[in-house]
Design a protein around this ligand. Structure first.
Ligand code: SF4
Length: 380
């Protein structure tokens, strides 16, 4: 189970009324510390709302309807009509007679998330929820992982705020329609702006701006700038690095992959006389277990031990398994012994002891994470 899926099932378990300790058991060991570190104190109790609520929003008549709870994206797509926008909200709850709370978990490690007040996806979700429930006010929360910890960001919208946001969405949709027609009729490409949003863009493989950034690298823009370093301001250097890392290199890698897939069906002649083509390759690899067995049988254990090195490995999952396997029986034995002396603690106390041990392991994991030093692009 991936990190996002694991954390989603943690939150889903909380909405079903399970305690954080119980919900943590649903999360794979390697993501448990991340789930445990989510501070839920700013939210209303999750069990007072519903998870994975599907909505259909109609921009033309400014209305919305609830499609169901505990849904998935395929279900939402199947139930919305042609002129409705389908959406799936992570959590929706009523807080008072006519007031709503909406939460959108952003479990990928995203440093560059737009603030809640400018986050169009969240604002559109909130608008749909307010209209569907006929509420007066909605508060939206974005929960996201930023610079090594969870952060909450929130925004409130009333009915007027929702109308203003939906007017912006309608304006955007008609700009997009006009741009689509201009491209279809005159091959006119609209002005494009590269940014962090490109990661989610379905057109990124064909985007002219990305291809343009890659071509600028090929035509020497970056090389020329680096040659005349005295004229390279920190801002220009930062901009070049960002363009290279996030747009030019991925676009070039994509072009390579696309060309290689052509070469799979038809060999491509190369300027150096060679060709790019699909070949079958096998790796002549020593399999440690087989080699060790053979050496032990034929040349003796000493030769085998010297030739086949074994590297110690330890994953968080195996560590947790071992602690559970060896520590739980010991705690239960202590419980039994205490019982014979007439001081039998509750089993819940024994389990709490085990959980404390696991917490120690999780804290150690966090400490390990802190010790990692890496050069990263940070956005303030
Ligand atoms: S990849 Fe191109 S089209 Fe897509 S968001 Fe980025 S600039 Fe716009």
């Amino acid at each position: 189970m991936g990190r996002g899926t694991g954390l989603h099932s943690y939150m889903r378990a909380l909405t079903k009324g399970r305690t954080p300790e119980e919900a943590l058991l649903d999360v794979p060991g390697e993501h448990r510390a991340d789930a445990d570190s989510i501070d839920l104190s700013t939210l209303p109790p999750l069990s007072s709302g519903s998870p994975e609520v599907g909505f259909a929003l109609s921009l033309s008549d400014c209305s919305a309807r609830v499609l169901g709870v505990d849904m998935d994206r395929a279900g939402v797509r199947a139930m919305r009509t042609q002129d409705e926008m389908g959406m799936l909200l992570d959590w929706v709850g009523m807080v008072g007679a006519r007031s709503l709370v909406v939460v959108d978990w952003k479990f990928q490690r995203q440093e560059d998330l737009a603030p809640a007040s400018e986050h169009w996806q969240l604002l559109t979700y909130m608008s749909a929820a307010l209209l569907a429930y006929d509420a007066d006010e909605v508060q939206g929360f974005l929960a996201h992982w930023r610079y090594g910890r969870w952060e909450w960001d929130s925004v409130r919208l009333d009915w007027l705020g929702v109308q203003a946001h939906l007017a912006d969405v309608r304006a955007l949709m008609s700009r997009a329609e006009r741009a689509t027609t201009a491209y279809a009729e005159r091959r006119e490409v609209p002005p494009l702006r590269l940014g962090v949003w490109c990661d989610w863009c379905p057109a990124k493989r064909q985007c002219p701006a990305k291809v343009g950034a890659a071509l600028a690298v090929l035509s020497g823009e970056a090389g020329d700038a680096l040659k005349s370093r005295s004229e390279l301001t920190p801002e220009r250097a930062g901009e070049l690095w960002w363009k290279l890392k996030n747009h030019a290199l991925p676009a070039l890698e994509q072009m390579l992959r696309d060309l290689e897939s052509i070469a799979r069906t038809e060999p491509l002649p190369l300027p150096d006389g060679g060709s790019l083509m699909e070949v079958e390759e096998g790796e002549d690899k020593v399999v440690a277990v087989v080699a060790g067995d053979w050496l032990r049988r034929n040349l003796g254990p000493e030769v085998a031990a010297e030739a086949v090195e074994t590297k110690p490995t330890c994953s968080w999952a195996s560590l947790e398994r071992a602690v559970r396997k060896h520590h739980l029986p010991m705690l239960l034995a202590e419980w039994e012994a205490a019982g014979r002396l007439g001081r039998k603690p509750s089993l819940a106390k024994v389990m709490a002891g085990l959980r404390e041990e696991m917490l120690g392991v999780q804290v150690a994991k966090r400490a390990t994470w802190k010790a990692v030093r890496a050069v990263k692009a940070l956005n303030g």
